[in-house]
Design a protein. Sequence first.
Length: 295
Amino acid sequence: MASLKEVRSRITSIISTQQITKAMKMVAAAKLRRAQDNIIQMRPYAQKLNEMLSTVSAGAELAAESPYNQVRPVERVLLIVVTSDRGLAGAFNTNVVKEAMSLINQRYAAQARRGNVEILAIGKKGAEAFQRRGFKVNTNYTDTFLSLSFAKVRSAAEEVMNAFTAGQYDQVEVVYNEFKNVATQIIRSEQFLPIVAAPTHSDTKASNVNYIFEPSEEEIITELIPKTLKIQLYKAVLESNASEHGARMTAMDKATDNAGELLKELKLVYNRTRQAAITKEILEIVGGAEALAQK
């Protein structure tokens, strides 16, 4: 049985840990509220932008001829992996890395064996995980979450888009956590480039409508496609940001509860140990008194 000093030391340590997890939960809750507002505001805009692109480009040869629509044999692959900069968020980062590795092993195994799978890491945890696995990792955007802004994500998107049009990559995919609620994050892997063609339905009349373009059709499509791609990546980053704070808030809440349960057990052990020590001392005193009485 542990000594009273050891048990007291463990109780003090757990109380300190519990205070830290409570503080981290509160901080995550405050950040989550702001991140959740950002993604809720972004979703309708991103959805409407995608709808607009689908409508304008339906049947338009200019959209089909866009450099971002060019389908090539997949020889070189880039995965944009969105994780967090810090841990203590449950399985948040692990799930993203697992999904990315599953994607590589199932879909791009041949390219990986030739060393043609690269990683663009948004967030430090993803960069560290894939560097340990021996992948070539672009770490230019690992600090994105230090001061999250559209400008930083736009730079990443432009670099990827330029590399794709230059033939450096034939396929680009994004792996991230989609925010559902505080306790639930959904792992998503979406094709970023080439652009996935919007589904067409034979019963729709959109393709038979004659649109009047102002400015020109070419200018609209030329501006709309790159902007949609940048917004798509920014939305994924915002989803991941909200998911991270939700996952951390949940993890710290569970850690606080676990610390409370452990404290109850340790206090019980402390009381039993203390009672045993007192009983031992009483027995020693009684034994000594009896020995003196017999003399």
